[in-house]
Design a protein around this ligand. Sequence first.
Ligand code: ADP
Ligand code: NI
Length: 218
Amino acid sequence: MTTTVLAAVRQFSQAKMGDDETGHGFDHIQRVVGLADRLVQAYPQADRVLTLTAAYLHDVIDEKLVTDTVAASDEVRQFLNQQGLTAEQVATVFLIMDNMSYHKTLDGTAKPLPLEGQIVQDADRLDAIGAIGIARAIYFGGHFGEKIYDPAVKPRTAMTHAEYRNLNHETIINHFYEKLLTLKDLMNTTAAKKLAEHRQQVMLDFLAEYKAEWNAEA
Ligand code: ADP
Ligand code: NI
């Protein structure tokens, strides 16, 4: 696989992702690709082009984006075949796309990811934390009519997967405790863990400042 494939993959992804409504637009994809490209430098044994292909495509068959995931998968498979990927490479891209979600990790049904997939999963999670993560959470919560904060609504942590699934995320601030602050410890690669440390601190500082201002203490 050569880097010329990436230009076509990028174009395919951009056409599929469209504008941002819930934090899944092409801007998210570009950041995930950029992070994956940074992480992959630390792992010469990983296939860079395969990693970036999976990063570009990781959300295009997501049920949040398409109504017919089977048709969407067929289209991606056909596209990758046209680009000259081997059957094994296509299977790896699908293995990554099908097993990198947070829900599958939580409920234990995710198949082990190859290094390339671990990198893409880390890049996707890095984009959910830090300053970008704060902005995305507020944007997402606003889109779905969530309250920003309500001190009477306590965050639920250490939930079972079933509890998380059924959880009605009632406030945006609670989303940090229920998910975003837990992502740092779920990073696969050492390179991502390092980046996550700083992003974690940015979120903790934001939450502390938010509450101080809420209470007229800052
Ligand atoms: P992904 O599939 O990449 O994990 P999600 O659909 O879970 O993404 O979320 C997209 C963005 O919206 C992420 O930044 C995530 O943190 C944020 N988000 C998801 N659920 C909520 C929620 N209930 N409240 C606020 N932000 C949310
Ligand atoms: Ni994503």
